[in-house]
Design a binder for this molecule. Structure first.
Ligand SMILES: Cc1ncc(COP(=O)(O)O)c(C=O)c1O
Length: 396
């Protein structure tokens, strides 16, 4: 059966993901699970918080008629109100249930927002390095991704963003804490971006939406991640509980519009319609009920800090160079040799599995996902040492 040429090409262009899986599986088969150090997947091994099981049991023990039926495509009013309450508090804005649509994770929320927004050929700025799926999501919804490189510390380069904006620019996606770099954008940067977008909106008589993709927002090792609504009027949060409640397989997230956004009511009608016609229909009913009372609960961030410190301290001591992440659960070091694919192949000889920076639009780097067991990190350290030694790093 022939498939669409575009999909065939997209499968090809992301074939490195499949290859990594295959290589990991083959190494595990050859050397045993214990002897392979897989840092490729942002799939937390941490279990959800205990509160989640209590809520789940409460729901299971108290079934109510109609709890498995279709609902308003935006989701349950009660769930949306609970989500809105916490955002209103964090952002100090009048966010209500009317500004929330529950979605099948942040991935669905991004597709819903982009579909609501884009006319064919409209441009969406993404900052390099970026989450792998952005380009596919933008293409799904007839848009064109425009890549803008971040600064050496992976913070947004406002001058470069300014140069990339034109009359076709409809949105910019910002992701903080960032996948793959772990950096957090300070409020001053968001405010400067807000001022820039406003200036450009005036210049072109357009509206440019800042889409804040923030599934790692509650995984910050310092102050709370600043709320985008306080800095950018035309802004929307897309997020999920995949990371903060460790529920990636359960597909529950939401989008939250800034109440001050231009034409917010029409925009919300659009997102509710798109949630329906993209075939998501609504976010899973059980998951919505489950997270309603968990809006102030998160996984233990200290566990991620410990994992970050363990790896960051050891790898920098060995001579690897990287920006110290302020949140999330990724490190994005510089490849010690120019061709990071070659570096990744060498690392595999030490049974260390990593993701090439090229996959994130940033060749010359590699990503470590450290949302893994401490024991695996500990077991991997002597192998990192040998790797550094082979590359002549440890001597530095
Ligand atoms: C930056 C970023 N955005 C979005 C997503 C998608 O998350 P979800 O599982 O909620 O769809 C991920 C998942 O890893 C991510 O890292």
């Amino acid at each position: 059966m022939p498939i669409a040429t575009k999909i065939k090409n997209q499968i090809e262009s992301s074939s490195w993901i499949r290859k990594m899986f295959e290589e990991g599986a083959s190494l595990r088969q050859q050397f045993g699970e214990e002897n392979v150090f897989d840092f490729t997947l942002g799939n937390p091994t941490m279990e959800p918080p205990a509160e989640l099981h209590r809520e789940l049991k409460k729901i299971a023990d108290n079934p109510t008629p109609g709890m498995h039926r279709y609902m308003n495509n935006a989701g349950y009013e009660e769930t949306r109100a609970a989500v809105a309450e916490v955002i209103a508090e964090n952002c100090n804005q009048a966010v209500t249930a009317a500004h929330i649509v529950m979605t099948c994770g942040a991935g669905a929320a991004l597709n819903v927002v982009l579909k609501t927004l884009l006319n064919p050929g409209d441009e969406v700025i993404i900052l390099t390095p970026y989450f792998v799926e952005y380009k596919f999501y933008i293409d799904n919804q007839s848009g064109i991704a425009v890549e803008v490189v971040t600064k050496d510390d992976f913070q947004p380069d406002l001058e470069a963003i300014e140069s990339a904006i034109n009359s076709r620019t409809r949105a910019i996606i910002v992701n903080s804490p960032n996948n793959p770099t772990g950096v957090i954008y300070p409020e001053s940067t968001l405010k400067a971006l807000g001022a820039l977008l406003r200036r450009k909106e005036d210049e072109y008589s357009t509206t440019i939406l800042a889409i804040s993709d923030e599934p790692y927002a509650r995984i910050s090792f310092g102050d709370a991640v600043p709320c985008i609504f306080s800095s950018i009027q035309n802004s929307i949060i897309v997020t999920s509980h995949s990371k903060d409640l460790a529920l990636p397989g359960d597909r529950i997230g939401y989008l939250a519009a800034n109440p001050a956004m231009n034409n917010v009511e029409l925009f919300m009608q659009g997102t509710i319609f798109c949630n329906r016609v993209l075939g998501f229909v609504n976010a899973p009913a059980l998951m919505q009920r489950l997270v309603t009372n968990l809006q102030r609960v998160s996984v233990d961030v200290e566990e991620y800090r410990r994992k970050r410190d363990l790896l960051y301290n050891k790898l920098t001591e060995l001579g690897f160079e990287m920006v110290k992440p302020g949140g999330g659960f990724y490190l994005f070091p510089k490849s010690p040799i120019a061709d990071e694919m070659e570096f990744i192949r060498i690392a595999q000889r030490y049974h260390i599995l990593l993701v090439p920076g090229s996959g994130f639009g940033a060749p010359g780097f590699f990503r470590i996902a450290y949302c893994v067991e401490d024991a695996m990190i500990e077991r991997s350290l002597p192998h990192w040492e040998k790797l550094a030694l082979e590359l002549g790093l440890a001597a530095n």
